[in-house]
Design a binder for this molecule. Structure first.
Ligand code: FES
Length: 181
């Protein structure tokens, strides 16, 4: 069953609620760390699992992981910022990757990107929608050049995209989210 989209925290959350959330937050991280027996050589899989859980790597959790593994926060930050798969900013429920490699570019990937940004309502310079529904980014090649232009939404690859086709796909996703609420 689809989960509801996470909402940005509202100011009227009480401190108690916030404290409770934090405890739950670290309880999940503890579970992940225990899964790898707090082994520092498992830092990358630990970060991957934490990101799967939160959809990004919150700063306080990186520091917590460093303490739990007995390594420096700088080491954890170094790994988290080195690999493109990790994000230190919250990502949307749907991460839309638009290929802008050569094959896709010549087949008008820019028009597809423009249509996506317009459809989800991203202002210039923004990467993630305010409601954390969508993150939109470009990548250099998704390895499916024969299907150019290509868009990937989470783990699903869509080939031969046009502005109209991607708009319909996003319509379907938005409708699915609306129905799940
Ligand atoms: S250039 Fe877009 S998939 Fe390769």
């Amino acid at each position: 069953m689809a989960k509801a989209w996470p909402m940005a925290q509202t100011e009227n959350h009480s401190k108690e609620e916030h404290g409770g959330q934090q405890e739950r937050q670290f309880a999940k991280v503890n579970e992940i760390i225990a899964l790898y027996e707090a082994d520092e050589s498992a830092l990358i899989p630990i970060l991957q699992k934490v990101q799967e859980e939160y959809r990004y790597l919150p700063e306080e959790i990186l520091t917590y992981i460093a303490t739990a593994l007995g390594i420096s926060p700088a080491t954890v930050y170094g790994v988290a910022t080195f690999y493109a798969q990790f994000s230190l900013d919250p990502l949307g429920k749907y991460v839309v990757r638009v290929c802008d490699g050569t094959a896709c570019h010549v087949r008008r990937s820019q028009a597809v990107l423009d249509a996506i940004r317009k459809k989800v309502g991203l202002a210039s310079g923004e990467k993630t929608t305010q409601d954390l529904g969508f993150t939109v980014e470009t990548v250099s090649c998704l390895g499916a050049c024969g299907l150019a232009p290509v868009v990937m939404i989470n783990d699903h690859v869509y080939g031969n995209m046009t502005p109209e086709a991607i708009t319909e796909i996003l319509d379907t996703l938005e409708k699915r989210e609306g129905d799940a609420k």
